[in-house]
Unconditional design. Sequence first.
Lengths: 405, 405
Amino acid sequence: MSDGIPAGWSMSGVACGIRGSSGEPGRLDLAVWHSDRPASAAGVFTKNLVFAAPVAVCRQRLHGGHGHGFQAVVASSGNANACTGERGLADALEMTGAVEKRLGLSEGTALVANTGVIGRFLPMEVIRPGIDQACQAADRRPQSVENASRAIMTTDTRPKVSRRQMSLSSGETVHILGMAKGAAMIAPDMATMLSFLFTDAPVSPGVLHALLRRSSARTFNCLSIDGHMSTNDTVLLLANGAARPGQELHGPDLEHFAQAVEEVSADLAGAIAGDAEGATKLVYVEVEGMRKESEARQIARAVADSPLVKTAIYGADPNWGRIVSAAGYAGVPFDPSALALDLNGKVLYEKGSPTAFDPGEISRFMRETNPLVFRLTFQEGSQGCRLASCDLTPEYVRLNSDYTT
Amino acid sequence: MSDGIPAGWSMSGVACGIRGSSGEPGRLDLAVWHSDRPASAAGVFTKNLVFAAPVAVCRQRLHGGHGHGFQAVVASSGNANACTGERGLADALEMTGAVEKRLGLSEGTALVANTGVIGRFLPMEVIRPGIDQACQAADRRPQSVENASRAIMTTDTRPKVSRRQMSLSSGETVHILGMAKGAAMIAPDMATMLSFLFTDAPVSPGVLHALLRRSSARTFNCLSIDGHMSTNDTVLLLANGAARPGQELHGPDLEHFAQAVEEVSADLAGAIAGDAEGATKLVYVEVEGMRKESEARQIARAVADSPLVKTAIYGADPNWGRIVSAAGYAGVPFDPSALALDLNGKVLYEKGSPTAFDPGEISRFMRETNPLVFRLTFQEGSQGCRLASCDLTPEYVRLNSDYTT
C-alpha cells in the first residue's frame, strides 16, 4: 500500500505509434488502467453538441453519468476520434472490446477516451497491437503511473499526477490517484482536458457521481484557457472498494473522501492552468458577492476569455476598464456603481470610478508577479468563485496558426 | 440638393486638442451635426451593464429609444467618458448644454457620443472651446462631411461614409447620409462602434426606431471583431422631414426608405469589418437552415469569436474541426450529423464527417483569397445570417498588449 496506488489497480503507458505519423515515433501514446474487481464509475463530459466517439461510448455505458461493474479505462493521445461518424464509433467500441478481451473482462466494462487532432480516423492498425502491449504491461510500479500519465499528454510540457490517502474511521486506508492532461495553449484543439481518478474506496455509483459533479464544478469547470470548448473533455472517477470490500463509505468518512477528491481535482486543474503553453502568466479571476456561484462563474469566464483582457495582462498593462467592461457584458445583472476591482490586493476601481493608482508602478508589479489575482467584488450576495486562466501571447497565435497543415 | 447632404443638415469636424495629450496634436477629434428644424430621433446602444456617460444621457433623452424635437449631435474621440461616475455624467450634460446654447436650441435637444480610453475624465478645458469652434464651423460643404467623419475616428485607418438618395412617389428626393467609426482591432477599447445616420425624410420617432432596430440587427449587430462588447456603442438615426415637411412617409415610400437605411448601415458595417487593424482577412461566417435568425447569429458569433478559429484563418489552416466544434458549444440545439460546412463553396465537411479535400490546396486558396466565406448549413429550419469578422494575428496581440501605459 505504501506505493500510493489504490489497491486492486494496475496501469501502463506504451508507445504504439499513433504519434509516429506526426513525427514523434517512440512517444508514449496509449494508456490502460485495470481494476482486479468491478468498480463504481462516474463521469462528467464536454457539453459540446459536437462530441467525440469515445465520449458517446462512455455516456452510453454510464447512462445518466454513473454505473457499476467497470474494470478498465483505455486512453490514447495524438488523435481525438472526433467528427469521424459511424466509423469513429466503431473504432471506439473496438478499443474497449480489445481491452476487455485482452484482460478477460465482460463486455461493456471498459471506458475509453482520446485526445488529439479532430476529424481523422484512428490508426487502428497500430492501436490494436498497442492495446495488447499495454494490457500485458499493466502493473503497480511507480514507473507505470509515470508512463500512463505521460501517454495521455499532447502539448503538455509535463505529466500531471496528484494523490491523496486518508484513514477510514474503521482503520483502513483509502487511496486516490488522479492524472490529467491539459489545455496547453499551444494547440488547444488537442488540448482536450482528460482527467482520470482511481480509488480503492467503496462508494456507490450514484454517490460517486454526485460528488464528482460537485468537485468538477469547482475545479475542472473553473478553468479557461481560450474559451473554446473541446469535443473530448472527459473526467472519470472509478472506485473499486478494495480498501474495505462490502461496506460503503458514509458520514464523516464520505465527507473526507469527497474533500480528498476535490483536492486531487484542484491539484490537477491548477497544474493544467500552470502548464498553458504560449502563456507567460497564470491568472486567477476571483468573483465575490454574487447571488449564485453559477453567476460568479459566468462573470469570471467573460473576463478571463476576453482577448482584450488577456493581451493587456501579457503587456503588463493595468487596463482595468477592459476587465470591468467584460464583467458588464457577461449577461448577469449587477449594480455597476457598487463594483470594486483589485489586483493582488491593490484596489484599481471602486464605486463605479477608478482609484488614483500609479499605472507605471502597477505595470511593474504585473511584470514581476506570477500568478496575478484579479478580484471583482460585487454587492449582490455572498457567492463567489475562483477561475484559473492565463494571458494571450503572440506565441499562442503563432503556435495555433499552423497546426493541421 | 446635389451635394448629397440631407436638407436642413449642416456639420463640422474640428481639432480641439483631446488627442493632444496622446501625442496627436492637430488631429480632428470633435464633430457637430445640426438640423435647422426639430427632428425625430431613434437610437440603439450597447447592452453592456457598464455603459458610458454619453450613453446614459442619450438613453434618458430618447426614453424607450426614440423621441422628437432633436436638433444636434455632438461626438468626440480620444476619451470614452466611461467609468467616470457622477463627474462623467455632468461632463456629458455640459457637452450637450454647450452645443444647445451655442446653436440657440432648447435644452435637451442635443445628443452626445464619445469614444476612446475608458476611465479618464474628459478634458473639458479643451472641449468647451472646441464645441464653440465646431458650432461656428458647421456648414454643408463636402469638406465638412469629411471632417465630421474623420473627427470620430480612433484607430480606423480611413473615414467611413455612405449615402443613398431616393425619390418619393410625390416627387421629392430624400437623402440619407451615414458615417461611422469602427472596431479597429489595434485597440478595441477605443473601438467603440459609433454610427450616425441623418436624413431629411419625414418619419415619426416610433417608426424610425422600429426600422433602425431591424436594420441594426442585420448589420451593426452582425459584426464581431473580438467579442468584447464596448461601453459606448451607439447608433443614432435622425430624420428632420425637410424633404417633405408635414407629410410622413408611408406605404411603398416607407419601405424604400427602410431599405435605404439598411443599405447605408450595411455599407458602414462592412467598412468597419474591412478596416479591422491587425487583421489580414475579412471573414464572413454565414449560417443557414436554423429555426430563428437569433439562433443563427448565436452560432455565427461563437465561431467568429473563437481564438482557435481566428488563428487558424490567419495561418491559412483549413482547420474545419475548430469551426464545427465552436458551433457545437454555441448553446443552440442542432443535429450535428446533418451539419455541412463549406469555404467559398468548397465543401469541407458534411453529414458529421470530413470530406476528402486536399489540405494543401485549400490552404493555398485561403492564402490567396479575401474575403473568406465560411458557410455552415444546418437542417433545422429556414433562417440564417451573415456575420462580418476577421482573423487574429500576432499584430493584434502586440498592438493591444500595451495601450494605456
